[in-house]
Design a protein around this ligand. Structure first.
Ligand code: ADP
Ligand code: MG
Ligand code: ZN
Length: 491
């Protein structure tokens, strides 16, 4: 039987008596420079088959060496997810055949993973805080990639072979599709925050397998689960849980049974399709990799990583929202990356209020980065130099528009905003001078003034622009507006 496109709504409320249970397996590629067991560069987006050596290309006799930078990142992840880091763990071989797996096995931690327990914190649909317990986290290596061309040929790119992965396995928990997506989202935020994984789901460096079952309220045993593999967006996680649990309800209500199987999610058709049943699932014949030693993690290793962790995302969020009173929505965009938050903190340190630091950071810095798809590491202006311009705005020495212009000019010319600020004439607030400009503009545009007097405020913007032009941008905009309105009404 293939999938169906019944939405949960078409069950006319009957789903209410069904409870959906979800368990996640989150795969996160660690952002190390080199691969898990060799010195090849962990590449992203380079030409195929550029980063290979006998170890990751699977030549017989080549010996793997554990990447300590990957282990350190794995420890950071485990600490942040509250896991118990195991002093001794071990790597095993997971044997299977696939063209993109040159060794014929994947190195993973099956019998003795390096981290046990822990939990993902997430927001429940009713706003309360939820806890999804973890079973374990283990380290493993990624496989290569098969690239299927339109002409029917397939090619193999082994660059990704042996990239370091974390697999985070959760317990099953009753939750909605939205909540499942939130669990993955909060894990992604956390891994990014501590510098363990870039979390770019479009690039595939974070993906999730989602296990779904349903049972009746009050049932003591869980239903049989199906597994949806390789979901790489929050929408697909959310929708596939909803659609798959609705499908299971239809089957059970018709007197059928759910088979334990792996299913594929089709985002366009919004349906799940059978891929393979449990009986067809491969026997991986796991056994300890004889080429790798026991991995020993001392408590001093754990302490060192704990000491080097940044202020936690949760603490930073509380500080911004509860203490600094930054709008919750705005805070989330500042918290999207730790480097953003650090820049924001530097704006505060340079003397800006939280509100103006938030406005200027989002309105200028983030906007610039988004427009150009650049990362903050490449942003040339310092927080202190931006703060100088903002202070000139807030001290009424220049207008907001002028402040923005100065920042843009500094970026365009590759110089410091201070230099341009020094060359910028101060804003004119002198009443007599302003009235002079305004009068001149009103006299030159009697029709516009007449319209405004008749109640049509549209030409106001035009007149404002003319006054700013007449003053070479030096007139204080708010005062000009006040004077404009006064003059027109009393003309
Ligand atoms: P396997 O190794 O065959 O994938 P596991 O027991 O390791 O099986 O479970 C894999 C995932 O399936 C885990 O994330 C777990 O939480 C989830 N899971 C297990 N039972 C259920 C269930 N009844 N409903 C939903 N998810 C489940
Ligand atoms: Mg599984
Ligand atoms: Zn290599």
């Amino acid at each position: 039987m293939s999938g169906n496109s019944l939405s949960e709504k078409s069950l006319s409320g009957k789903t209410n008596s069904w409870k959906t249970v979800v368990g996640l397996e989150i795969h996160a590629q660690m952002s190390t420079r080199s691969k898990m067991f060799c010195a090849c560069v962990r590449s992203t987006g380079t030409a195929p088959n550029q980063h290979l050596c006998p170890v990751c290309a699977g030549w017989p006799g080549a010996l793997p060496v554990i990447n300590q930078a990957a282990v350190r990142r794995a420890i950071r992840a485990a600490i942040s997810l509250d896991c118990g880091v195991q002093r001794e763990s071990r790597f095993d071989r997971k044997n299977y055949f696939y063209p993109d797996l040159p060794k014929g096995y994947q190195i993973s931690q099956f019998y003795r993973p390096y981290a046990l327990g822990g939990a993902i914190q997430f927001e429940r649909d009713d706003g309360s805080s939820g806890v999804l317990p973890l079973v374990r986290i283990h380290m493993e290596e990624d496989a290569g990639k098969s690239v299927h061309a339109e002409d029917g040929t397939s090619r193999i790119d082994l660059n990704r072979c042996s990239s370091p992965l974390l697999e985070i396995v959760t317990e099953p928990l009753q939750m909605s599709g939205v909540e499942a997506a939130r669990c993955v989202r909060s894990t992604r935020e956390l891994l990014r925050w501590i510098g363990v994984c870039d979390g770019d789901m479009e690039k595939g460096n974070l993906r999730a397998d989602v296990n779904v079952s349903i049972h009746r309220e009050g049932d003591t045993v869980l239903g049989t689960r199906t597994e949806l593999k390789n979901l790489n967006s929050f929408v697909s996680i959310e929708r596939s849980v909803e659609v798959e649990s609705a499908r299971q309800a239809v089957v059970l209500e018709a007197g059928g049974v759910i088979r334990q199987e792996t299913r594929l999610w089709d985002q366009d058709l919004e349906q799940t399709e059978e891929m393979r049943g449990k009986e067809d699932s491969p026997d991986y014949r796991y056994f300890p990799d004889p080429d790798l030693p026991l991995l020993i993690i001392e408590s001093s290793d754990i302490d060192r990583e704990r000491d080097s962790l940044p202020e936690s995302l949760g603490d930073r969020r509380t500080r911004y929202i509860d203490q600094l009173k930054v709008d919750a929505r705005d805070a989330e965009s500042i918290l999207a990356r730790r480097e953003f938050g650090d820049f924001f903190d530097q704006l505060l340190a340079a003397g800006l209020s939280p509100a103006s630091a938030s406005n200027w950071f989002r309105g200028e810095v983030l906007k610039h980065l988004n427009d150009r798809e650049e990362s903050i590491e490449d942003y040339p202006l310092t927080a202190a130099s931006i703060a100088e311009v903002v202070e000139a705005v807030e001290g009424d020495r220049i207008s907001v528009a002028k402040g923005r212009e100065i920042l843009q000019a500094a970026l365009d010319q590759g110089c410091s905003p201070a230099k341009i600020l020094a060359q910028t004439g101060e804003q004119v607030s002198d009443e007599a001078a302003l009235i002079g400009w305004v009068q001149q503009v009103v006299d030159a545009n009697p029709d516009a003034a007449e319209k405004i007097r008749a109640g049509d405020s549209k030409p106001l913007g035009f007149l404002m622009g003319q006054v700013m032009k007449a003053s070479s941008g030096q007139a204080h905009p708010r005062r000009v507006q006040e004077i404009l309105q006064r003059l027109i009404q009393h003309d």
